[in-house]
Design a binder for this molecule. Structure first.
Ligand SMILES: [Zn+2]
Length: 107
């Protein structure tokens, strides 16, 4: 289970309510859509809610959900780092696909 990017709480032994992790995107600049992917516990994203664009419970995040964030321009986060954060490891094929989606927005 991924630990919180902000407070570092792992909470693997207490997957109870309030300890669940969520994928969040934090826009690099206010008002711009593309954000950085991080994993926050409920406490942290509640505190940071005004800075966060997207919140997706980690158990709902599949590779296709992650790719959708890239496809829709909601993130330009480094795919390798993002995959490690969210899935605990970076699948090379998934990283490549996400990179291609980032580049498709640049041209
Ligand atoms: Zn936290």
């Amino acid at each position: 289970m991924a630990s919180c990017s902000r407070c570092g709480k792992a909470g693997e032994k207490e997957p109870a309510q309030g300890k669940a992790r969520s994928l969040v995107t934090i826009p690099y600049e206010q008002g711009l859509g593309a954000g950085r992917i991080l994993v926050y516990c409920r406490e942290c994203w509640t505190e940071m809610a005004e800075h966060i664009a997207e919140v997706i419970p980690l158990e709902m995040v599949s590779p296709s959900v992650l790719l959708d964030l890239y496809r829709t321009g909601k993130t330009t986060s480094d795919p390798f780092t993002a995959c490690q954060l969210v899935f605990g490891h970076a699948e090379p094929e998934l990283v490549r696909e996400a990179q291609a989606l980032i580049h498709s927005h640049c041209g």
